[in-house]
Each structure stands twice: as C-alpha cells, then as structure tokens.
Design a binder for this molecule. Structure first.
Ligand SMILES: NC(=O)c1ccc[n+]([C@@H]2O[C@H](COP(=O)([O-])OP(=O)(O)OC[C@H]3O[C@@H](n4cnc5c(N)ncnc54)[C@H](OP(=O)(O)O)[C@@H]3O)[C@@H](O)[C@H]2O)c1
Length: 394
C-alpha cells in the first residue's frame, strides 16, 4: 500500500540503462513494487530484444534503445507506439531523455561510460552500478558531476554500505574504508588448482547472482580492485585509505573505520534490490521485498586476502596508485581477458598475466576527453588480444 506522503509526491522519472541485465531486472523490480514513487521513462538494452519487448509491454516507456539498428527495426514491428533508438547514441538519448530524473547506469563494461556521461551532462542524477564509468573515466566524470551539480549514488552494495556508514560523520574523521569481498568460488581452493578451473566453476558465485563478467571478476578479485578505484572517486579518498577484507558470509557489505577506533558497518541480506532502492530513494529509505535478515546465530569472519592467490587485486591497486590512464587500461584488458576465459581460449590464471602484460606495455597519457579514453581503451583491447595470440603460438 502506498503511504499517504508518497501519494502526495510526484513520481520520480527513471531511466534504466542495461534493463535486461541482472541489475536492470532488479531495478525494474524495485520500480514495479513502488509505482506510487517511480515511473519508467526510458530503457536501454543490448541484444535481448525478447525481454526488452516484455519490459515495454509492462512499463510503457516513452523511449527505448537497443544495441544495433537491425534490432531496433525488428522492435519497431513489435512495439509500434514506442520511440526506438540504437547504439551508443540511443543509450545516451535514453539517459538524457526529458522527464528522466535519475538514470540507473547498469550497462556492463566501458560501454556504460558515454551514456552515463550523457545523463550527467543533461543534469540527471545517476544510480551507478556501472563501476567501469569511474574506473575508466573517473577524473572526467567527477569533474562533470561537480559542474552539473548532480548526485552520483552507488548501487554496488559495498559503496552503498560505505555511503550509509558515513551519514552523519565528518569526512576528516575517516581513517579508512574497508570493502568486504566474498572471496568468490575459489576461496578454499589451493592456488595450484586455479590453473585448471573451468568457466562453469568460476561462474558459480557462492553468495550473489550477477552477470557473467562481474562474476568472473569476483572470482579473481579484480572486481574488488575496480571497487577500490570506484571508492576513491566516489568518496574522494586515496587508494591507501581503502582496504579490502574477505568476508565469506557477505553479511557485512562494507565498513568505515574512524580516527577514534570505531568501525561503522552496514549489514543485510545479499539482495541487490536493497542498494538499488537506497540509491533511487536517497536520502530517504523505502520498503523492499528483500528477504528479512535475522542476525541471530550468524557467524562473521574477516580474512586478509592472499596476494599470491588473488594477484589481480594488487594489480588494481598498482593501477589506482599510478592513476591517469592505467585504470582504463586495467579495465579494457580485463574485459578482453575475461571474455577469452569464458570462451575457453585462456586459462583462469591467464586473466592476470594478460592484464599485467598490457599494463607493462602502457605509456601513460592524460584522459581529459571521452575520445582519449576510448582511444586508450581500444589500444588496451588490441594489446590484450595480441598477447593472447602470441602466447597461443609459442
Ligand atoms: N549484478 C550485480 O549484482 C552487480 C553488483 C554491483 C555492480 N554491478 C555492475 O553493474 C553493471 C551491470 O552488471 P550486471 O551483472 O547487471 O551485467 P549483465 O547481467 O551482464 O547485464 C548487462 C546489461 O548491459 C546490456 N549491455 C551490454 N552491452 C551493451 C551495450 N553496448 N549497449 C547497451 N547495453 C548493453 C545488456 O544487454 P543485453 O543483455 O540485452 O545484451 C544487459 O542489459 C556492471 O558494471 C557490474 O560491474 C553488478
């Protein structure tokens, strides 16, 4: 039932970029259950036009976008009353469309950067799941966020936990941010066995159900490295003040340690609808359908990550400390390496060696425009492919 004060407010216009993905579907579920608060204005997806069509029928958006022109043509037949665009321009239009107040940025990979920037530049708040936006273009993106006076609200459960843990505290009193990591499916596996793990095994995440790329990145801890970089930008804090600890139960979603020795943590069930709802309703809270969480009898463990077993984490810290174009290279090389691992072309452990090889060959440049970012992104992808090719020949 809608509460009285909710009925008095106009509904918030929402764009969902990546509506057919794991975050996109969860975001639509939050909206579905709170029609008195939110209205879907636009959707952007990739190739899954069958699901997008169902979403159009249910939510009646004013505009939708798909990846290719031919998919857009097909969709026009099925959804004649909806305006349809395609490609990066289409996703950017979905992000900046009139009536959108907040854009859920949930496209996977560096492809999320341009549409997210389009939302920011047109004055929309952003509920950010696409951490790659900040990993590849943090300096440019945060400059635009300040210039336009918009809010960038984290959807990543860890950063949402940090945002919740800093409410009412002074920034100068923060000693460090502690991001928790489940440790992925191979936490208990001896390091020597990592060479032979399969994509199917790596995709079996113990606590979260997510898209393929982030699931593999969670198994290597590269995702946690990206989150360190994301935290630096979101909370304006250097990488040496962001630490990572393994917490296999995924109950504590992250913590903030203060100078007086207090640690403030946020806990709850592993349900992405909670951080999505917080980002959409911030600074208010709203009810969610998340399973009620009973703390009684729960065990909480916190373990230092083993750097020999998870070398991708150290690699990400190195890229964060060097800054500039290094994080963009880290992400692009990792996107290629993860894709090759999923296709069975390289081993799980070669994700690390491929990304490391690309970082070693990189000469840093400044990333002050989107074109420069895309140029570096392209270079790193080509370099990653040629490393894999050379390795397969030798
Ligand atoms: N899943 C989680 O729990 C979680 C948690 C925290 C952060 N995140 C972050 O959220 C983002 C999305 O993750 P996910 O797990 O939801 O991924 P996912 O399930 O793979 O979904 C990705 C979405 O992006 C769309 N897409 C892919 N390439 C596109 C392109 N070039 N243009 C337009 N749309 C495109 C896909 O469309 P089609 O499927 O139609 O092709 C799909 O809707 C990632 O950055 C991830 O790191 C995810």
């Amino acid at each position: 039932m809608a509460q009285r004060n909710d009925l008095d407010k106009p509904r918030k216009g929402v764009a969902i970029l990546g509506s057919t993905g794991s975050i996109g579907r969860n975001a639509l579920d939050v909206v579905r259950r709170s029609p008195e608060r939110f209205k879907v204005v636009t959707l952007a997806a990739g190739r899954n036009t069958a699901l997008l069509k169902e979403q159009i029928e249910e939510f009646h958006p004013s505009f939708v976008s798909v990846l290719t022109e031919s998919a857009a043509e097909d969709l026009k037949v099925d959804a004649p009353d909806t305006r349809i665009g395609f490609g990066t321009d289409g996703a950017s239009m979905a992000a900046s469309y009139p009536g959108v107040e907040i854009a859920v940025s949930a496209i996977v990979g560096a492809a999320g950067l341009v549409p997210t920037l389009a939302a920011i530049r047109s004055g929309k708040d952003v509920a950010l799941a696409n951490k790659e936006t900040l990993v590849v273009g943090g300096a440019l993106v945060m400059k635009e966020v300040k210039k336009r006076g918009v809010k960038i609200l984290p959807v990543d459960s860890e950063h949402s936990a940090v945002l919740q843990s800093i409410q009412g505290h002074r920034k100068e009193d923060i000693k460090r941010i502690i991001l928790t990591a489940s440790g992925g499916p191979f936490l208990g596996l001896p390091r020597e066995k990592l060479d032979s793990v399969t994509p199917e095994q790596a995709l079996r995440h113990p606590t979260w159900s997510m898209g393929k790329r982030i699931t593999i990145d969670s198994a290597t801890l590269m995702n946690k490295g990206f989150e360190v970089i994301e935290a630096c930008w979101l909370f304006d804090i250097p990488p040496d003040k962001v630490s990572v600890c393994i917490h296999p139960q995924s109950i504590v979603h992250s913590m903030v340690e203060y100078i007086d020795g207090s640690i403030v943590a946020q806990m709850g069930s592993s349900d992405m609808r909670v951080p999505i709802a917080y980002a959409l309703s911030y600074p208010e809270r709203m009810e969610t359908e998340a399973r009620p969480f009973d703390i009684a009898g729960k065990r909480l463990e916190f373990i230092e990550p083993d750097p020999r077993k998870f070398p991708c984490l150290a690699l990400a810290y190195r890229a964060a400390e060097h800054g500039g174009s290094y994080p963009c290279v880290l992400n692009a090389a990792d996107e290629v390496a993860v894709d090759m691992f999923l296709k069975g072309v390289i081993k799980f452990t070669e994700i690390y060696s491929t990304v490391e090889g690309v970082l070693e060959r990189h000469s840093p440049v400044s990333l002050d425009t989107v074109d420069r970012i895309l140029e570096v992104d392209r270079w790193a992808r080509e370099e990653a492919r040629s490393i894999v090719k050379r390795r397969s020949k030798s």
